[in-house]
Write a protein that binds this ligand. Structure first.
Ligand SMILES: [Zn+2]
Length: 215
């Protein structure tokens, strides 16, 4: 099964993607992670990425596709993949379709995690992390022993980006970027909106149901 996963920042998309890899027995393919890995290895393609990324330039689509083709050819990805963070644009979605078609595959389902803006604000604005051990808390859902102290004794801080203003801005950006993609996949009957509010297990069960509906 080839599944594309969308979700606004803070919706737990990465966590759900990881859980899906276990349920569906296919790897998670995140082009961002792959690019970083190739750069780290200093491979031929990694060096090409480096030329762009070190200058803060966008990596051309052709290069990302080359990397995806390479990844999809690995044994663990022969029967499918979960695409996380790709495609981001309609041309990329079309290119992915072409790439999959070459190996007799197609995008089977597009899962769109949905979390209301107000919910997302509450999730993110009440998040605290420990300066000492990195433990993450939520003042309401996963409260620390005291609002500014971790169990390890470390000081709890709010990350500078965890503000309502930043969440609103990111959400708007996400919606405006994702709308064209949902319009692209929608008429193909592939989009399954999934309610992203609930416990991790509840959301995973919904995503899994949506995925089997598509495959
Ligand atoms: Zn701590």
């Amino acid at each position: 099964m080839d599944l594309v996963l969308f979700g606004p920042p803070g919706a737990g998309k990465g966590t759900q993607a990881k859980r899906l890899t276990e349920l569906l027995k296919v790897p998670q393919i995140s082009t961002g992670d792959l690019m970083r890995a190739e750069r780290g290895k200093g491979s031929a393609i990694g060096k090409k990425f480096d030329e762009y990324m070190s200058k803060g330039l966008l990596v051309p689509d052709e290069l990302v596709l080359e990397l995806l083709a390479q990844r999809l050819a690995e044994p663990d990805a022969k029967s499918g993949a979960i695409f996380d963070g790709y495609p981001r644009t309609v041309p990329q979605a079309k290119a992915l379709d072409e790439l999959l078609a070459k190996v007799g595959r197609k995008v089977d389902v597009v899962v769109s995690l949905e979390v209301k803006l107000e919910e997302m604000i509450e999730r993110i604005v009440l998040r605290r992390s420990c300066e000492a051990c990195g433990q993450i808390y939520h003042l309401r859902y996963n409260p620390p022993p005291s609002p500014d102290r971790c169990t390890c004794g470390g000081k709890l801080v709010q990350r500078p980006d965890d503000t309502e203003e930043v969440v609103r801005k990111r959400n708007e950006e996400y919606l405006s970027k994702t709308a064209p993609l949902l319009n692209y996949y929608g008429p193909k009957g592939l989009v399954r909106p999934v309610d992203g509010v609930g416990s991790l297990d509840e959301v995973t069960a919904r995503v899994k149901a949506a995925a089997s509906d598509g495959g």
